[in-house]
Design a protein around this ligand. Sequence first.
Ligand SMILES: Cc1cc2nc3c(=O)[nH]c(=O)nc-3n(C[C@H](O)[C@H](O)[C@H](O)COP(=O)(O)O)c2cc1C
Length: 248
Amino acid sequence: MNNWVTAVFSPTGGCSKIAAAIAGARMGARVDLTAPVTARHLAPGTPLLVVMPVYGGRLPAIAVQRLREIRGNDSPAIAVVVYGNRAYDDALLELRDVLTANGFKVVAAAAFIAEHSIARSIAPGRPDATDMELAVEFGAAVEAKLQVCTDTVAVPGNPEYRPLPQMPVTPHVTEACGGCGMCALKCPTGAIPSTNPRTTDAGKCILCMRCIAICPRQARILPPPVLAGFTARLNAIAAEPRQPELYL
Ligand SMILES: Cc1cc2nc3c(=O)[nH]c(=O)nc-3n(C[C@H](O)[C@H](O)[C@H](O)COP(=O)(O)O)c2cc1C
């Protein structure tokens, strides 16, 4: 069976790894939520796997907006969030609510851990081999459940979601920039003009870190004092490794 439609927002790759492990050979059509999405309706029996990162305890708003283009018809959905070892707060509940409002029955959910894409010294090497094994087992368990029933699951979170985070900075561009425009091409929000990739539109940037991760010259960076302060704050509250949580 390879009919699981898989929708993923993964600027720096953590969510993609988890999605691939959960779906395995069941992965059918892929929807990349880091790019604009065309509207589609899923048939009643077609499962949708959605994997999104946690930003400030919420989902990235642009990813939610694109996910709303995928509509179900009482179709089963698997809601998964991936976070950088601090907390996922209201993000999993938000994902379940968005999917339910879009005509899906959320039959399974999970929260996995990946390297923190801003402070990369937090949860380095996650997802590790144990996380990946668990993700594979979770996928098999979801498939087994789908043979039997489509009961929905409850997930933690406060229905009065935390406010969406405000991003304090945009990436800086150093003199190493060769102007290749890769960052402009791959920016999920169109915040980097292709005509002038040395700039960033602060109104559009969600600090997803993709431009920093993919720049072939490492010319995009966070201002070092900002990164140091952020990392120190996280070290104080997110050093102890968290474990994945599964809801079936
Ligand atoms: C803007 C931003 C906000 C984040 N907020 C949180 C958070 O609230 N809690 C947490 O544990 N991790 C947080 N993270 C870390 C990401 O959730 C984590 O690194 C995730 O794996 C990124 O997914 P990706 O690798 O697919 O891009 C944040 C990352 C970014 C870029």
